[in-house]
Design a protein around this ligand. Structure first.
Ligand code: IMP
Ligand code: MG
Length: 174
């Protein structure tokens, strides 16, 4: 098997610091309210775990899993839900937690879908944002790091299901 070369982009200390800052900001923005976090599986599970454990406002968590047809590492545009949320979000304050936003197609789909359930508010929190790759406009309310167009692994993100549990974030070498 061909060896996959990767270079560190953000150390676990850098990630921890940034996640704590995001938790501070979100805690301030949602003071006196309760958040429903909708975590996009699988990639965002580690980010969600660290973010919520630093949060100072009440919250519940739920999970959604999406599949995009005919793709390896890039969204094809046709998205389906393979695991829906189980929490009623009507009239509630919802924050989607995503690992990375690339073309924006996945997030655009999920946002539209959740909006149909009439939440009181709906925001997006993404650890990483490949802004320059955007094909569909998506307003990301909370961003950990804006990055270049590189393939990322670690801290929940995978390449072919590998590298998810690395504590640091890496760029795969082409
Ligand atoms: P989008 O619909 O193009 O925005 O794709 C978003 C999804 O593609 C993310 O939730 C990831 O699952 C996956 N993805 C995009 N870029 C990367 C990457 O660099 N590493 C790992 N997964 C990625
Ligand atoms: Mg994902």
């Amino acid at each position: 098997m061909k060896e996959i070369k990767k270079n560190i982009l953000y150390s676990k200390e850098t990630i921890e610091k940034r996640v704590n800052e995001l938790a501070e900001t979100i805690s301030r923005d949602y003071e006196g309210r309760e958040i429903v976090f909708v975590c996009v599986l699988k990639g965002a599970f580690i980010f969600l775990a660290d973010l919520t454990r630093q949060l100072k406002v009440p919250h519940v968590v739920d999970f959604v899993r999406l599949a995009s047809y005919g793709s390896g590492t890039v969204s094809s545009g046709k998205i389906t839900i393979t695991k829906d949320i189980e929490t009623s979000i009507e009239g509630r304050d919802v924050v989607i937690v995503e690992d990375i936003i690339d073309t924006g197609i996945t997030m655009d789909f999920l946002k539209d879908r959740l909006k149909k359930s009439n939440p009181n508010s709906l925001k997006i929190c993404a650890l990483l944002d490949k802004e320059e790759r955007r094909e569909v406009k998506v307003d990301v309310d909370y961003v950990g790091f804006t990055i270049e167009d590189k393939f990322i692994v670690g801290y929940g993100l995978d390449f072919d299901e590998k590298f998810r549990c690395l504590p640091d974030i890496y760029v795969i070498d082409e």
